[in-house]
Write a protein that binds this ligand. Structure first.
Ligand SMILES: *Cc1c(COP(=O)(O)O)cnc(C)c1O
Length: 383
């Protein structure tokens, strides 16, 4: 992987990019603008943390988090302690929350690094309390209650017991109560209201403790769901958080892959592994330097598309490890030429479009982006 900075109108042309088969352009200013937009949308009652787990959804947490920090973001959320330890030196004054909580034997690494775990179970709470007792001081934590996801978090009975346990609460000193919505991307789903009510009941057990329920899509359910803190991830990176209408978020990612070879096919010739595509008429194919090892799902075979300039070009045959093939029949030779790039994510095809074509969601497209792309960061202070 190579990296570069700057502002470019078209596909990147610097030297690292010249060697690369494909160029991933990541607009840090757009990420910052998306965070500011969400933060303003939930103000003044609520504020936005930034979820930067999985290397900021594949976009490079070491580049994304300083840009958000410079914009004023002071709360970051990751999945694992390892992710937090990488970010800690980059974000001197910020809080970092770890969603998976402490694994046994690693509790004391959290206070040593100045990182706060989310406590998801009575078992984690017991170990956190024991660590606080060993260190002889309260250890702050984020408390997670389950309200309908059946994934992580205390159930209602466990939360009630904890609320009556003053000694444990003093040791684990909760600073935030969180829960997570299962169906926030379906505004009409009855579970959204049910989870809100369950969350309100849980909050009533811990008077004065700030709450956080909404991730990206939850923000758009309305102010009832926004509580004190929101936790957007995907929307920061341009994934559409709303079920219908235009995407309110600015696009963040562009993916341009280079044509290695353009070749003619005769009617009846097969294309790619398994010969799953047959040319019906004489045509032209562009073979492009990106494949499933770069995060182009095999399910895109004979389903995906790219854009050569303004022209939609269908992906034909199976996706190979390092290559995909597009049908460029009828397009001008000066466009469909070796070295030219075909856009896989861009103006005409969003990360959500690519996800749909692959039978998945934009989230999985982003977190599957490969390490071989030349990564070109637009704006943001280089550090
Ligand atoms: C991943 C995650 C988020 C962020 O979700 P998005 O849908 O990407 O905004 C927030 N909270 C929790 C608990 C998560 O696991």
């Amino acid at each position: 992987m190579t990296e570069s900075d700057g502002r470019l109108a078209g596909p990147s042309v610097d030297h690292g990019a010249a060697r690369a088969g494909a160029i991933l352009t990541i607009d840090l200013d757009a990420i910052v603008a998306n965070w500011r937009f969400l933060n303003a949308k939930v103000a003044p009652a609520s504020r936005c943390a930034a979820v930067v787990k999985a290397d900021a959804y594949g976009l490079g947490a070491a580049r994304v988090t300083p840009a958000l920090y410079d914009a004023g973001c002071r709360r970051f959320v990751v999945a694992t302690l390892d992710e937090a330890l990488v970010l800690r030196p980059l974000l001197p004054e910020a809080e970092i929350f770890v969603l998976s909580g402490p694994f046994s034997g690693c509790e004391e690494e959290f206070p040593a690094a100045g990182v706060t775990p989310v406590l998801n179970s009575t078992e984690q709470i017991a170990r956190w309390r024991a660590a606080a007792n060993r260190l002889g001081r309260p250890l702050p934590s984020v408390l997670h209650v389950d309200t309908g996801m059946s994934r992580l978090g205390l159930c209602a009975d466990e939360a009630r017991l904890l609320a009556g346990d003053a000694e444990t609460l003093a040791a684990i000193r909760p600073i935030l109560l969180i829960s997570h919505l299962a169906c926030a991307d379906e505004p009409a789903h009855p579970l959204n209201r049910k989870q809100l009510e369950a969350f309100r009941s849980a909050r009533a057990l811990f008077p004065g403790l700030p709450g956080s329920l909404a991730a990206s899509s939850g923000i758009f359910l309305g102010s009832d769901w926004q509580a004190d803190w929101c936790r957007p991830g995907a929307a920061l990176y341009g994934v559409q958080p709303t079920a219908t209408g235009d995407n309110p978020m600015r696009p963040v990612v562009r993916l341009d892959a280079r044509i290695i070879q353009v070749r003619d096919v005769d009617a009846g010739e097969s294309v790619g592994y398994g010969a799953t595509h047959l040319a019906r008429t004489p045509g032209r194919l562009a073979v492009v330097a990106a494949g499933y090892a770069d995060g182009l799902f095999r399910t895109l075979g004979n389903r995906g598309c790219g854009y050569l300039g303004e022209h939609r070009v269908p992906l034909v045959g199976r996706v190979s490890m390092d290559l995909v093939i597009f049908d460029v029949t009828g397009l001008p030779n000066e466009l469909a030429t070796p070295g030219a790039t075909i856009s896989l994510i861009g103006l005409h095809n969003s990360v959500d479009d690519l996800g749909r074509a692959a039978g998945t969601i934009g989230y999985e497209i982003l977190t599957s982006l490969g390490r071989r792309y030349h990564r070109h960061y637009l704006n943001g202070s280089p550090r």
